[in-house]
Design a protein around this ligand. Sequence first.
Ligand code: UD1
Ligand code: MG
Length: 457
Amino acid sequence: MAAGKGTRMKSSRPKVLHRLAGRALVSHVVDTVSRLEVRGIVLVTGHGADQVEAHLGPRTAANQALAYARQEPQLGTGHAVQQAQPLLADDGITLVLNGDVPLISEATLSNLLSECGGTRLALLTVDMPDPTGYGRIVREGDAVQAIVEHKDANDAQRAIREIYTGVMAAPTRLLKGWLARLDNRNAQGEYYLTDVVKLARADGQSVVALKTADRLEVEGVNSPVQLAALERALQWRQAEALMDQGVRLADPARLDVRGSLDCGADVEIDVGCVFEGHVSLGEGVRVGAHCVIANARIESGAVIHPFTHIDGEKAGATVGAGALVGPFARLRPGAQLGAEVHIGNFVEVKNSTLAAGAKANHLAYLGDATVGERVNYGAGSITANYDGANKHRTVIEADVHVGSNCVLVAPVTLGAGGTVGGGSTITKSTPPGALSVARGKQVSIANWQRPQKQKKG
Ligand code: UD1
Ligand code: MG
């Protein structure tokens, strides 16, 4: 269910599209469900439906088809599931989830499906220290009799701490029968999905409750404060998992992983780092403070110095074994650094391959370049890779030294072992082993007198 407005977010963006750990709330739910290998996934959309549907598209990340059922207007959770009902096969189980409860786990959902077993209604519940606002689980003995919404509950019912999490599994054929009998005679004038419990009991059907001990996985998001709190809780949990593997975090409270981070043995990460998309850090990698690293592979023993920004986007970025990058370096899509490469401060690398031992240590740009082994690329030098219409490649063969402040106008090849004099603008390929200089010749005029200020009348 993802049709609700999310008024308390005070945002023009539909609530379920707000991001937790870099992914839309609803994407967390959809991705978890698609790992269960379900027959189909139906999303009930309403508020901001176009945006939600455009964001999720026709398939999940795991390539499972997504179907959409529009709910206009939004008359309650029971009404929401009624809209999806024509898309549900009678002989299956329907698992109902909230789009704003992002951290529900695959294990809990499969336990709930087992409890349902295709024969009975199964509810996921949790004990809440403060159950205000939630639907209460009313039992007689052990048997679940009803869910009573907070606004409809009497004092005795409000004292109940066990609440409905918003997740249920029901035999679809039975669910359809109950949905047809819902009414909106209640405090909020809504069609409550939770009323199916009373209807099941009235039919003499059993209802089971599965209680989870993990409150985080059933936590909903209704406001920016709750979203931030859940983000920190999730980040802490991820940090703990990394530390359990042996990763040394300078401060687990100052780490953000928005995607997947795979670490080898003896990885060290200083404070304030953000990891996005898929990132892998090989054995012994050290990441300095305040680095942002996205979609990249950092191989064993490499050191990423503070304030470095690496984003491989779709093409990816690789830092070879033992390489040194930063501080203040920027690696962009297609940056492929070989072993022991050095990239220093204020150096930008895009769509370029640097072979083992190549160095660009200060204030430089390498775009669309192929750089050979042991090349030394001087301070302030750039590849002029774009002619205003097309991109061209620069090839710098092994052992070339490019002096400071050079412009390499692509397409151009610098032959192996050659040297380019500082300040050169290289527009033609250079032969191997040669010194190439392309700048005005230095001239000195002896005893040069600077102009003097003229005295006025
Ligand atoms: C619901 C449950 C309550 C439970 C709580 C857990 C009902 C009647 N109550 O209450 O027992 O403790 O969740 O968080 O179900 N939605 C729609 N269409 C609608 C209304 C809601 O798609 O017409 C969606 C919302 O986008 C949201 C979910 O359903 O994803 C839950 O709606 P919400 O309004 O938050 O329900 P609660 O009042 O919190
Ligand atoms: Mg809610």
